[in-house]
Write a protein that binds this ligand. Structure first.
Ligand code: HEC
Length: 191
């Protein structure tokens, strides 16, 4: 079936036209995607702050390296959607590399940021037809915050650097500055 979509900001009430999928359904998909993303980000952010306070970056590294993939796997299983994090540059190539659609949306996010939009509410929703079927796809931008720089910044403490180097020999996810686009939470829901 042919589908046509409009790009739109998250809060916009613009419609996506798409064959049998009604505008009301799309709004529901979007609402559920926003809720899922918020729960994900909140859980991660809370754990990150806790661990930073309790044990510094050595403890917090587990939040990004273990808890994040664990939460996203659990959410994916529970919902029957793919819930992932992708990066503009990637530390873990197994999990974090954006596919072609995600790369396109990340590039748009950069353009929107260059025009002055902030990352906190920046998102994109679209119905996409792929060879494997039709999907509702959604991405919510993740900006780099000061507390991310300990592990993704330009100057990384030698101990943390050694730890990251050991675990991630192909790491590209460093050299970021606060306010950069780090990546996105990405949801792919089969329709
Ligand atoms: C204590 C170290 C540490 C801190 C602090 C940290 N990260 Fe990470 N980050 C990592 C590690 C390690 C990975 C690799 C995760 C994996 O194995 O999938 C990662 C991966 C990611 C990814 C997935 C894409 C990729 O590169 O593999 C994103 C997105 C991300 N981090 C965002 C953030 C954001 C946003 C912050 C701040 C709120 C942050 N990180 C803070 C260590 C850290």
């Amino acid at each position: 079936m042919n589908s046509k979509s409009l790009f739109m900001p998250l809060i916009s009430s613009a419609l996506i036209w798409c064959g049998a999928v009604s505008a009301g359904e799309i709004d529901n998909y979007k609402k559920e995607a926003v809720e899922t993303t918020q729960a994900f980000v909140k859980q991660l952010g809370g754990a990150m702050q806790e661990q930073m306070k309790a044990g510094g970056p050595e403890a917090a590294v587990k939040v990004c390296s273990e808890l994040a993939p664990q939460i996203s796997a659990e959410m994916s299983r529970e919902k029957g959607w793919k819930v992932t994090r992708v990066g503009t540059r990637v530390r873990n190539p197994m999990l974090g590399i954006p596919d072609a659609w995600e790369q396109k949306v990340l590039a748009r996010f950069q353009e929107r940021a260059a025009k002055g939009e902030t990352f906190d509410k920046m998102a994109h929703a679209e119905i996409v037809t792929e060879p494997g079927g039709k999907y509702f796809r959604f991405m919510k931008a993740i900006g780099v915050q000061p507390q991310c720089l300990a592990c993704h910044g330009e100057k990384i403490d030698p101990d943390i650097k050694a730890m990251v180097d050991e675990r991630y020999p192909h790491d590209n996810a460093r050299g970021y500055k606060a306010g950069d686009l780090r990546g996105a939470v990405s949801i792919k829901r089969p329709l």
